[in-house]
Design a protein around this ligand. Structure first.
Ligand SMILES: C[S@@+](CC[C@H](N)C(=O)[O-])C[C@H]1O[C@@H](n2cnc3c(N)ncnc32)[C@H](O)[C@@H]1O
Length: 307
């Protein structure tokens, strides 16, 4: 037979249970959003291979040998620019794809480009966007110095910090020259050699691979200084081959950027296979060679607690 003590304990525990169930659940703190993507877009952008990124008709006629599609920049902006972010930097602006996509998204692009012809192309694209865009075009977004509208400076990226203050930029999206590879014969599809113009400060004319890596790292170290803590730097590069030697540019650069202080956050593969319609059997039949039809988007991040 249960004692009265046991009965009382049972009674107490039943009481505790019933009070517990009656307690209202504490309200969940709203989670902070890092971007404005909905769940469907979030999944799409999170897939590690991007195969649907294409240039639009006008973009194929820009006359730049390595311009990237605005669509690529749009996707990186919607994914990696913080909700309150405004400024998007490209120290190797080329034909201005980063700046045009930033401005189309209502943000401010800041670019440097060493070739006056490409600066002209970039400015013409920005002007056309402003003239065509009407209501949809910008914007209240401001440059870190308070001015509005995207700008491209005709100068070497080695002078970046004369245009950009420390801890002021929300996102960097850039594609440095692919070493001096554009001066080489294109073995994959035998298309004509096209280069950027071979100016003395052009990183694409440096002969020595280590020197090229050092010079590119130096520019991206200045980008690190210019980024706000926590901001991303998306570097778009391709691995390279010269005759018998393979150069894993994406990983060589990432290793150096980690030494600068960046965190290597992840990699996305940009699959460009649809653009290669004239592939040859490289090395056939004596030595098997890989036809590279992808580039890497190397996602580097300035740590949130960076000093
Ligand atoms: C891969 S392309 C970038 C293309 C660009 N993303 C676009 O969509 O047009 C690299 C660019 O870097 C430029 N460049 C090379 N050395 C430079 C330097 N020291 N400073 C600034 N730009 C440089 C080249 O002229 C070229 O336009």
């Amino acid at each position: 037979m249960p004692s009265s003590k046991q009965e009382a304990a049972k009674h107490d525990s039943a009481n505790r249970k019933s009070t517990k169930t009656k307690q209202p659940k504490p309200a969940r703190k709203p989670r902070k959003h890092c971007n404005a993507l909905d769940g469907r877009q979030w999944i799409k952008n999170s897939i590690s291979v991007w195969s649907d990124v294409r240039k639009q008709t006008g973009e194929t006629k820009l006359g730049h040998p390595a311009s990237f599609p605005e669509m690529l920049v749009e996707r990186l902006i919607e994914t990696f620019l913080p909700l309150d972010g405004e400024s998007v930097l490209d120290p190797f602006a080329g034909s201005g794809s980063t700046l045009v996509a930033a401005e189309r998204a209502g943000k401010c692009g800041i670019g440097l480009e060493i070739s006056p012809e490409y600066v002209e192309t970039a400015n013409a694209r920005l002007l056309a966007l402003r003239e065509d865009g009407g209501e949809e075009t910008p914007t209240d977004a401001k440059q870190p110095d308070g001015s509005s509208g995207s700008v491209v400076h005709c100068d070497s990226a080695t002078n970046l910090l004369t245009y950009v203050s420390p801890d002021s930029i929300d996102l960097c999206i850039t594609s440095p020259p692919y070493w001096n590879i554009l001066n080489q014969r294109r073995t994959a599809d035998m298309k004509a050699v096209r280069h950027y113009g071979n100016r003395p400060d052009d990183l694409g004319v440096i002969e020595d691979y280590e020197e090229f890596l050092t010079a590119t790292t130096k520019v991206l170290a200045d980008v690190f200084t210019g980024l706000k803590p926590g901001a991303y730097c998306c570097v778009i590069v391709m691995d390279l081959r010269k005759k018998n030697r393979f150069f894993p540019l994406h990983s060589d650069l990432a290793t150096r950027l980690v030494d600068v202080g960046y965190v290597l956050d992840d990699l996305i593969i940009w699959n460009r296979q649809a653009e290669y319609n004239n592939l040859r059997p490289l090395g056939y039949p004596s030595v098997f060679r890989v036809n590279k039809v992808h580039e890497y988007i190397v996602l580097m991040q300035k740590p949130r607690d960076a000093k």
